[in-house]
Design a protein around this ligand. Structure first.
Ligand code: FES
Length: 268
């Protein structure tokens, strides 16, 4: 029998079995749920990014992360913390400066790569299940060669996390001065989750602890590396949690901006 399994040149042929796979468990469930989850999130984010409204609550200075920082001429008064220097064409996202980097950071993330290679590209869909393609070239050719740029998108994402942190700080605002409401809790939880996801990055772990011969001579880096490594174990969970907190934060800010319901205020 000729194996249909995809393999790199020089690798040994797949075992000569007639069945596509001998797995009897629900191996297809994880790829399926990944397709549904990622597709739903991308659809929601695309609609929101091109909606160009309900992203800023002037009363409490809430800004959704999908519009941060708001840099087009269309940005409503008060929402541009870093200037509005891009034209307000509808095709240009209001956060055009940061969204491409965030997208590339997630697209090149080690976890997401595994997730979408398996679910959308079926390469392979699961362990011990044949690849959906006849050939396998890995990440050695364009465009997948660009996956190696992940480290540089990490630097950009770290800067963007600082901007999101700033957004969360200036949101402690009300017409009376200082204010605190449910929106602040949601913004804070989102920013903490974003930091956890960002520093749990495999590239971050290597930047902090890589290329050292003796950890004993670098105690600070060793401690930081230990901390990041503990988070790194949860990188997949953090990848999904942050998709959830981003969508929830955006939805809450949209709801308050659109007056669907009032913000729950604890102080002012
Ligand atoms: S490996 Fe996932 S963000 Fe870097």
């Amino acid at each position: 029998m000729t194996s249909t399994a995809t393999r790199p040149r020089g690798a040994r042929a797949r075992a000569a079995i007639a069945a596509k796979t001998l797995r009897t468990d629900r191996w297809w469930f994880a790829p399926l749920i990944t397709v549904i989850g990622l597709s739903a999130w991308v659809a929601y984010a695309t609609v929101r990014v091109f909606m160009h409204k309900w992203y800023w609550v002037d009363e409490f200075h809430y800004l959704t992360p999908f519009y941060s920082p708001c840099v087009t001429e269309r940005c409503v008064e008060g929402s541009s913390h870093f200037g509005s220097f891009l034209p307000g064409w509808w095709i240009i996202p209001d956060a055009a400066l940061t969204l491409p980097f965030l997208l590339l950071f997630r697209l090149t993330c080690y976890y997401y790569r595994k997730a979408y290679y398996r679910s959308f590209w079926l390469s392979p869909p699961a362990c011990a299940v044949p690849d959906g393609h006849a050939e396998y070239s890995g990440e050695t050719r364009f465009p997948l060669l660009g996956q190696n740029l992940h480290r540089y998108f990490f630097y950009a994402a770290a800067i963007i996390s600082l901007i999101n942190t700033w957004d969360a700080i200036i949101a402690f605002h009300s017409p009376e001065g200082f204010g605190f409401g449910l929106g602040n809790i949601i913004l804070l939880v989102n920013v903490v989750a974003l930091w956890a996801y960002t520093i749990s990055c495999h590239s971050c772990r290597h930047i902090i602890g890589g290329r050292l011969k003796h950890f004993s001579k670098h105690p600070v880096r060793y401690r930081a590396w230990t901390f990041v490594s503990a988070l790194n174990v949860r990188h997949m969970q953090l990848a999904w949690i942050t998709l959830g907190t981003l969508a929830l934060t955006d939805f809450y800010v949209m709801a308050i901006a659109a007056d669907w319901f009032p913000d729950l205020r604890f102080i002012n």
